[in-house]
Write a new protein. Structure first.
Length: 355
């Protein structure tokens, strides 16, 4: 009996100790932004057409909002992190990894940073949209395997920080979600979120990078931006670099008024790029897609700093961190990358390291 009691006590202490690693004070979800479409006429509740089809007269339709999942740890730091996903996915990419390790948002929660994980309009749990589109079953996984620099199908890149078992790869592709948006609603949704939660730091990925820059320029509540391999960039009018051509269509900067661009010079900004990105043209789609975007990212950072800003570009192989794919936040070394982000946040926002 004494042995049983001792075992139970040890288990209780272990559970409590584990719980002390991360204590969530508040969590939940909500929707922001969007619109309500109201059909004219008077609703008649005696008519039944079908479950998938309706007599719309007099009925309403709420659409075009973003979905936000949030967690606030006990003793959280002052500024929360707002996570914005890229193309073909949802906020899930920040919340888990294909092989079941802790996701990036959880790793940062352990470091005291509240998380607001966004599903942009028309993606994930925000699929109710006013856009007219057709969701088609397009076989495209080998293409994305290459584009996201996991390797060149069917071979993985040497030293890649992506789990190589088939189960993890299957889980990774099952994160993908239909894109039912016209992409005109992302920035208004981030603006509505900024108005609701107040001051915050944006953490963006890939195609989420461009609406992140726009939100930072339009919303004073954005106090900093950390962007993981952003796909698009803004420049002051009259200072847009020449288009950089590449196999996947190349990349061009977007012109914005100088007054708007100046906002990016008033907040700390950091960009992270991973591995397997060549300096010269390549015949591989993934190489090419990110070669041109990294080159434009260098021009973007230089433009911000030339106008008195505080932008940093971190090319991970140049600081001795190798093997990262386009999905850095889910790679095997995501805890190391979380430490890097935590150090940058601590330095830029004068927060004591480790708290």
């Amino acid at each position: 009996m004494k042995k049983i009691i001792l075992s139970v006590l040890l288990l209780s202490v272990t559970a409590i100790a584990g719980a002390q690693n991360i204590t969530i004070a508040r969590q939940g979800h909500f929707s922001v932004g969007g619109q309500t479409i109201q059909r004219s006429g008077e609703y008649d509740n005696s008519k039944f057409v079908g479950w998938g089809e309706q007599e719309e007269t007099g009925q309403s339709y709420r659409a075009d909002h973003a979905f936000v999942d949030f967690q606030i740890p006990a003793d959280s730091k002052k500024l929360p992190l707002v996570y914005v996903h890229g193309y073909g996915g949802s906020g899930v990419c920040w919340q888990m990894t294909p092989d079941g390790r802790e996701g990036f948002a959880t790793l940062m929660l352990r470091r005291g940073w509240s998380s607001y994980v966004v599903d942009l309009p028309g993606r994930g749990r925000a699929g109710r949209t006013s856009a007219t589109t057709t969701a088609k079953p397009v076989a495209d996984e080998m293409f994305w395997f290459d584009i996201w620099r996991i390797g060149v199908w069917p071979n993985y890149n040497e030293g890649v920080q992506f789990p190589k078992d088939s189960t993890s790869l299957s889980q990774f592709f099952r994160e993908m979600t239909p894109d039912l948006s016209n992409h005109q609603l992302d920035v208004p949704a981030l603006g509505a979120l900024a108005e609701r939660i107040g001051d915050h730091i944006l953490v963006t990925h890939s195609a989420g990078g461009f609406p992140g820059w726009m939100s930072a320029m339009q919303n004073s509540e954005v106090k900093g931006v950390a962007s993981y391999e952003p796909g698009g960039f803004v420049f002051p009018e009259g200072e847009v670099p020449d288009r950089i051509e590449g196999l996947t269509g190349g990349v061009a900067g977007t012109a914005v008024p100088m007054e708007q661009f100046k906002r990016l010079t008033e907040i700390p900004i950091i960009l992270y790029f991973g591995d397997y990105i060549p300096e010269t043209p390549s015949k591989n789609l993934g190489d090419e897609n990110w070669r041109v975007r990294l080159q434009m990212a260098r021009k973007f950072v230089e433009a911000i700093n030339r106008h008195g800003g505080n932008a940093t570009l971190v090319e991970l192989p140049k600081i001795g961190i190798y093997g990262n794919t386009h999905f850095l936040m889910q790679d095997l070394n995501n805890a190391e990358l979380a430490n890097l982000l935590n150090e940058w946040l601590a330095n830029e926002f004068q927060i004591e390291k480790g708290k």
